[in-house]
Design a protein around this ligand. Structure first.
Ligand code: NAD
Ligand code: UD1
Length: 342
């Protein structure tokens, strides 16, 4: 069984990816400093898969721990999730974001070079497109200037990878540009752990329904969309996790010095009000919300053209928006009633 190092593997997308890799016949080796996750996730992964994954608590900027991992495991490929991801915080602490998100990538690339590890999947974001001039967004849609230091770390990260591959280091890399990951594992055992007041829509919805927040404010209903609220492409985290196994399988079959990017979304855009309606219909709850002013800097509408990932990687999203809401709500209820912190 090939062993895959997952940096940030205790986090939201990384933990779901560990499960899906295991289901696909790959063994995850997890490195995480737990700066935005919880050690209990490892126990939850065991409950879901029946397997105790190797876990290293450490910083991806720390070459010592990476070398230790390679002494103990023959690593066939890497998925690099480890990063800080709070857009607002990145405008207050830009150096922390550049240091952690780009520093860890550079340390990781040097480590892979020295150990002869050839395959890397990098977590990028649809944020690199900003407000696209045409929809749906294809991979050739020009990237826009980043709106935040966080977004810039993804853009620069992609540039570093492309420049590196051009130097012919004998490596193969895919950058996956995630649209809006939502939902949780259907078991209710793992999901997103937002710290403090959530900035993202779906955790805010579920926390409002759980009584943790008083009400959701919809950021504007006077945009040029079907009901006036913004449009995003909401992708279930298990579907997104699956794309990583597909990306690795594809990389393994490519010539060396390969770099490509893929959108990961459903190909369908939904408005904020449609998301609320979906949540209400699957839970039978009435959500307390009101229409508020627009959020500064918000993208009005974006959704993915998924033909490239469908055709080249053979990956398709399976879960619906209703599935996303049902699973997010199940996870939220676990959080409020059980042991993982809110
Ligand atoms: P997350 O915060 O839940 O997971 C990231 C994990 O990395 C956390 O467990 C954290 O403890 C760990 N980490 C951070 N810095 C580290 C370091 N230096 N060394 C070791 N571990 C470290 O975030 P997520 O939502 O799972 O995101 C995973 C990746 O996907 C990130 O790169 C993020 O930027 C990217 N991404 C996320 C979204 C989203 O909406 N969630 C969208 C696009 C891209
Ligand atoms: C945000 C980030 C983006 C990041 C993505 C995933 C910004 C400007 N962008 O994008 O870089 O990749 O999260 O983490 O922060 N909404 C409400 N009320 C709320 C919260 C959100 O109406 O309380 C609306 C927003 O206006 C938007 C939609 O819900 O239309 C989704 O918002 P959000 O979850 O924050 O994601 P993005 O804006 O897509």
């Amino acid at each position: 069984m090939k062993k895959i190092l997952i940096t940030g593997g205790a986090g939201y997308i990384g933990s779901h990816t560990a499960v899906e890799l295991w289901n696909a016949g790959l063994e995850p080796i997890i490195l995480d400093d737990l700066s935005n996750s919880h050690a209990q996730v490892l126990q939850r992964l065991k409950e879901i898969t029946g397997k105790s994954f190797s876990f290293y608590k450490g910083d991806c900027n720390d070459r010592v721990v990476l070398d230790q991992i390679s002494r103990e495991h023959d690593i066939a490929g890497v998925i690099h999730f480890a990063a800080f991801k709070a857009v607002g915080e990145s405008t207050i602490k830009p150096l922390d974001y550049y240091k952690n998100n780009l520093g860890s990538l550079l340390v990781l690339l040097e480590y892979m070079r020295d150990k002869g590890i050839k395959d890397l999947v990098f977590s990028s974001s649809c944020t690199v497109y900003g407000q696209p001039d045409q929809l749906p967004v294809t991979e050739t849609t020009p990237r826009k200037e980043a709106e935040s230091p966080y977004g810039n770390t993804k853009k620069i990260g992609e540039d570093i990878l492309l420049d590196y591959v051009k130097s012919k280091p004998g490596i193969r890399i895919i950058a996956l540009r995630y649209f809006n990951p939502v939902g949780a594992h259907p078991s209710g055992k793992i999901g997103e752990l937002p710290i403090g007041i959530p900035q993202n829509l779906v955790p805010f919805i579920t926390q409002t329904a759980a009584g943790i927040r008083e009400k959701l404010v919809v950021f504007g209903d006077d945009y040029d969309t079907s009901d006036g609220s913004c449009i995003r492409d909401y992708i279930h985290v298990v579907d997104l996790a699956n794309a990583h196994g597909k990306a690795l399988a594809y990389l393994f079959s490519q010539e060396l010095n390969f770099f490509d990017v893929f959108n990961v979304g459903t190909g369908k855009g939904n408005t904020v009000l449609e998301v609320i309606r979906s949540f209400e219909s699957v839970t039978g709850l009435k959500l307390n919300y009101e229409i508020g002013p627009r959020r500064a800097g918000d993208v009005i509408k974006t959704w993915a053209d998924t033909r490239k990932i469908n055709n080249v990687l053979g990956w398709h999203a399976k879960y619906t928006l209703d599935d996303c809401m049902r699973d997010s709500w199940r996870w939220q209820q676990t959080l409020t009633s059980k042991d993982l912190p809110t």
